[in-house]
Design a protein around this ligand. Sequence first.
Ligand SMILES: [Zn+2]
Length: 244
Amino acid sequence: MPGSFKTQAIVLRSIRYGEADRVLHLYSAARGRIGAIAKGSRKPRSRFGGRLEPFFRLDMVLHEGRGDLATVTGVHTVDGYPNLRSSGPAISAAARGCDAVLRLLDSAEANPAAYNLLCRYLSLLDGQDEGAETDGAAGLSTALAFRLKLALSAGFAPELSTCARCGEPDGLTAFSGSAGGVVCGACERDGFEISGGAHRFMLDAIGRPLAQAPVATNEALRMAERAITTTLEHHAQVHLRSAA
Ligand SMILES: [Zn+2]
């Protein structure tokens, strides 16, 4: 149904189009994934200014016509995350985070958990949460906690409490992407060995706020990353770039 609507949205990707336009991939609060065109936005005196760039959090007015793309008619900045933009590692982490949203959440339905999680992650990378570290190993653990919570919000969280094949609660020593979770010794045929540290990291990361991502060794974090990646490959048919 053609008409205008308002929503808050994060710019996931911004692509130059034609002479002076931009095509935007947005993740919105009201309607999930939206593709939009901003006409004339690359002209020097465009009323959109420089805000149609990746990671901007915007209040938007969009017009829906008959085509696949909505047309941007109004934009107001909610947060431009300026500190994030001045840090190479933060930009890289934000780009990987937005890429994960782009691949994993393609529905045009609102998903408040996913939207709020993305906003929270960008705020953290912008340094708006004092005490939270996003560099080095802490950066990787936060990036993986974001990925796990994102998988949960998309309905693809790995099974972590009992064997994903037989339900056995003890002796969970391996992880199977095809089973979609931790598996016991008797069920580990197509799995890979997973340490107690990696298993605990995933349980804690899901249970805690993003700003308090658990500490773990680099080895445990890489195992957790492999577990998340293989789960999404098998169950969401999505291949994510490495987390850091
Ligand atoms: Zn089992």
